[in-house]
Design a protein around this ligand. Sequence first.
Ligand SMILES: N[C@@H](CCC(=O)N[C@@H](CS)C(=O)NCC(=O)O)C(=O)O
Length: 216
Amino acid sequence: MLKLYDYWRSSAAYRVRIGLNLKGVEYESVPVNIMPGVDEQMRPPYRDLNPQMRVPALETPQGLLTQSLSILVWLDQTYRTHPFLPADPWESAQVRAFALTIATDIHPLNNTSVLTRIKLEFSASEDHVGEWYRHWIKLGFAALEHQAEARPMTPYVFGDEPSLADIMLVPQMANARRFKTDLAPFPRLAAWDEAARKHPAFIKAAPENQKDAVKT
Ligand SMILES: N[C@@H](CCC(=O)N[C@@H](CS)C(=O)NCC(=O)O)C(=O)O
């Protein structure tokens, strides 16, 4: 069985959980507590397994895979039910552009280790960290909302079924809500997020439904 090195509140791990559930693939979740101060990702045995010291990582029959997008592409190519990308090259590129805006332009700037660094090295207060966090979300979401306005409103971001775009959007929206981002300027993103969170694969993957979830 596939083994997912996971953390309930990691949005990158949340993406992979959604992907596994959409594909209907059974997996074992192995929690790695990345909470600052606990930092299991920075110590053996996890660090020996994944020197990048981040979650998620997926243990497959062929070995360990890291990077949520790479894991999702592997899942998509290995399990052919419920494709994550449209067959049409143009549409597929649009979905990837949407996904990459979140994966490469928003998320890395808001990662735990980045927030810790700006606090320790630059004495950023909790308020400053919150502002920083929301800034990158607002910038990225504004671009996505703008692109979305040019398309017909569909049940999911790119049509009648969830795609890679929804897999990326829902965890990033969860982060946005956690950091109290004003989502009013992004009505389309908010509507898609709400719709996707009612889908069984997304419900099962939700942070609060994970075995290591901590009530906050
Ligand atoms: N690009 C990576 C990002 C992975 C990542 O940043 N994971 C975060 C949790 S969402 C993490 O493990 N952070 C621990 C740390 O920053 O020390 C991916 O998509 O898998």
